[in-house]
Design a protein around this ligand. Structure first.
Ligand SMILES: [Zn+2]
Length: 308
C-alpha cells in the first residue's frame, strides 16, 4: 500500500490520507523502487519532508507466525457494507509501482473486528513476484503466496470532524491453481494485457469488490504501516486467512506490466519487517489456542485433584 499510489494521472488518486483533501501532484513525486540504491534497504533514508517513518518500529509487512497469534473471542466479525454492489466506472491504473483499481463510484465500507467505526474503500492494488514462489507481502508461517491484493480504506470522518488519517487495509492472498481462478480477478486480468502500452485502462462492465473476497472471512489483525514510502504507521491490517485462486497465465499477465523506470514490474513487495512489541490477533481458534482450550478441562481436573 503506498502514498505514491495516489497518483496524479487520475484525480481520484490524489486524495491525501493526511488532510482529507486533494494534494498537488508533480513535485511530491517520491523516487523509490524495489531494488538498487532507492530500494527497501534505503527507504528509511529518503528525504520525504519529515514524513518518513520507514525506519520506525511498527512496520509492515510481517510474517504471521500462526502459533504465536492470540485468538480474541470478544472481537466481532468484519462487516462488509455494499461489497456485493456492482461498481461501475472502474479504471485500472499503472501507478509505476503497482496495478491499482480506482473508481469515483466506490460506496463500500468495512467495520467490525478491531476497527473503531467505519472505513470507506479508496482503492485496491496488487503485489506479485517474478515467479510463483513469491509475490505476496505478508507471509504465513514463512510461506509466501504468489500474489496479494490490498483493499485500502480510510476512516470515515465523524460529522463536524476532519478525517483521522487512519487506514484499514484488507490483505487477500491468491494461491496458485491449475483449475479455475477467481471470477473477479478474471475481469481484471482480461484488461491487464492492454497495460503494457497504456497507463490506464477501463474495466469492461462492473465489478463487485465482494467478488474479490473469500467466502470465509477469518482474519489476522495487527497495527502496522504502509508498505511503501513514507511507510506511515497508520494502518490497521486485516489479513484474511483463506486465499483465492490465480493461475500461471494470469500471473504472467501481471508480469507484462512495467515499473516507472520501464523495467518489468515484478517483485513489487517489501521485505518482511520485525514484529517488535506487537501482537497479531486472530479472529478464529488456531491450532495453538485450540490445543490450549482442549487441555483446559484436564488442567482444571488436575488442579482440583492436586488441591485435595
Ligand atoms: Zn499494498
Amino acid at each position: 500500500m503506498s502514498l505514491r499510489d495516489f497518483h496524479p494521472r487520475d484525480s481520484h488518486d490524489r486524495y491525501s490520507m493526511y488532510t482529507g483533501t486533494y494534494v498537488a501532484s508533480a513535485e511530491d513525486h517520491i523516487s523509490w523502487s524495489y531494488e538498487g540504491p532507492t530500494g527497501p534497504k534505503y527507504w528509511a533514508d529518503l528525504k520525504l519532508g519529515g514524513q518518513n517513518q520507514c525506519g520506525l518500529q511498527k512496520q509492515s509487512p510481517i510474517d504471521i507466525d500462526v502459533l504465536k497469534t492470540r485468538y480474541d473471542g470478544s472481537m466481532s466479525q468484519l462487516y462488509f457494507k455494499s461489497y456485493d454492489k456492482a461498481t461501475p466506472n472502474i479504471t485500472i491504473v499503472n501507478t509505476g509501482h503497482s496495478i491499482q483499481l480506482n473508481s469515483p463510484n466506490w460506496r463500500q465500507s468495512v467495520s467490525g473486528g478491531p476497527l473503531p467505526g467505519s472505513f470507506n474503500l479508496l482503492q485496491m492494488h496488487f503485489h506479485w513476484g517474478k515467479d510463483s514462489y513469491r509475490g505476496a507481502e505478508h507471509t504465513v508461517n514463512g510461506r509466501r503466496y504468489p500474489l496479494e491484493l490490498h483493499m485500502v480504506h480510510s476512516q470515515a470522518a465523524e460529522p463536524g470532524h476532519s478525517a483521522s488519517g487512519r487506514l484499514a487495509v484488507i490483505g487477500i492472498f491468491f494461491d496458485l491453481t491449475e483449475g479455475e481462478s477467481n471470477a473477479g480477478l478474471q475481469k481484471i486480468t482480461q484488461v491487464i494485457r492492454d497495460m503494457r502500452t497504456h497507463d490506464s485502462v477501463d474495466l469492461r462492465g462492473a465489478l463487485s469488490p465482494g467478488e474479490l473476497l473469500p467466502g470465509t472471512k477469518h482474519f489476522f489483525t495487527y497495527q502496522g504501516s504502509l508498505t511503501t514510502p513514507p511507510c506511515s504507521e497508520v494502518v490497521t491490517w486485516l489479513v484474511l486467512r483463506d486465499p483465492l485462486k490465480i493461475n500461471e497465465r494470469e500471473l504472467a499477465l501481471f508480469r507484462t506490466t512495467l515499473f516507472e523506470n520501464n523495467r518489468t514490474m515484478v517483485d513489487n513487495f517489501r521485505p518482511i519487517q520485525m514484529l517488535n512489541n506487537r501482537e497479531v490477533i486472530s479472529s478464529f481458534v488456531t491450532a495453538s489456542s485450540s490445543s490450549l482450550l482442549a487441555s483446559l478441562p484436564l488442567m482444571i481436573i488436575s488442579a482440583i485433584l492436586c488441591s485435595r
